[in-house]
Design a protein around this ligand. Sequence first.
Ligand SMILES: C[S@@+](CC[C@H](N)C(=O)[O-])C[C@H]1O[C@@H](n2cnc3c(N)ncnc32)[C@H](O)[C@@H]1O
Length: 318
Amino acid sequence: MSNLTETNEKATLQNKETDTDCCGPDCCSDTGNEPDADISDHTSDIRDAKNSEEIKNMVKRKYSEIALQSREDNASSCCGAGECSDEVYNIMTDNYENLKGYNPDADLGLGCGLPTQFAKIKKGDTVLDLGSGAGNDCFVARSETGETGKVIGVDFSEAMIAKARLNAEKLNFNNIEFRSGEIEDLPVNDNSIDVAVSNCVLNLIPEKLNAFSELYRVLKPGGHFSISDIVLKGSLPGKIQKAAEMYAGCVSGAIQKNEYISLLEKTGFRNIQIQKEKDINIPDDILGKYLNEDDIKEYKNSDSRILSITVYGEKYAE
Ligand SMILES: C[S@@+](CC[C@H](N)C(=O)[O-])C[C@H]1O[C@@H](n2cnc3c(N)ncnc32)[C@H](O)[C@@H]1O
């Protein structure tokens, strides 16, 4: 089975699980016809936000809420304190369970790839995770750097940072550090990082060129990154965009794949490669909430796609 098919099957399975449990998209509303109002508030807020600062504040608020709700709370209180948002937002996640270093407490189901699998991390490396959340990729990266390396996670949500630090303390790890800060203004020294990873974060950032420039600044000459992210191919009709946003969360800030690669090139990165690419498929029942049958057919026959990519690039070795 190809990776693509396997991943799509997993996504379908996940869709089924989500649909049948009480926090699935169908049960987040009073009527069963409309998606949950609060999720809708967040996503349409993000779409309608006027400037980068507003968007960033909304993203920060959303992920802080997600950090504060536990999986257990969500399971036991149906749609939970966060209005089941992590059920909606985790649909693109790959399965981490068999990865060395996996820490279930750090896995909030918010990623859209497995960047550490492609990141060529070596023993003793200093690794940076951009938008580290509760630390999911940091713990996996640490199992590859070993005791002699170091892992730094950066996130602008204080609640995420607190959760990630607690996770590291519980394991007595003293070579994982979580720093509070913005990716567009990284609290990291120039030329200090061997490998950078990121999982489903940069699509959320309005000024992507600033984020890429900061990534370039902190990498050592010859250093590299492996980033999983959401991009688009073709123009998504407005209603599809809305359906996708309700379903997956990370779509409103996503840009075209070509544009994403061009920005990386413009920043100065070399040897840029797509290491993995998969379609994000929105199930018909979600599409059906926003589109009629003809619209759905038209979308499926078009070339427009929402993609999860894992992209690699290197900083020029002077
Ligand atoms: C979709 S979650 C992914 C979290 C983590 N990478 C994972 O896979 O579990 C996005 C994370 O990026 C953080 N984030 C978003 N924009 C950011 C920014 N501009 N600076 C720092 N962190 C940011 C959010 O607070 C959130 O924790």
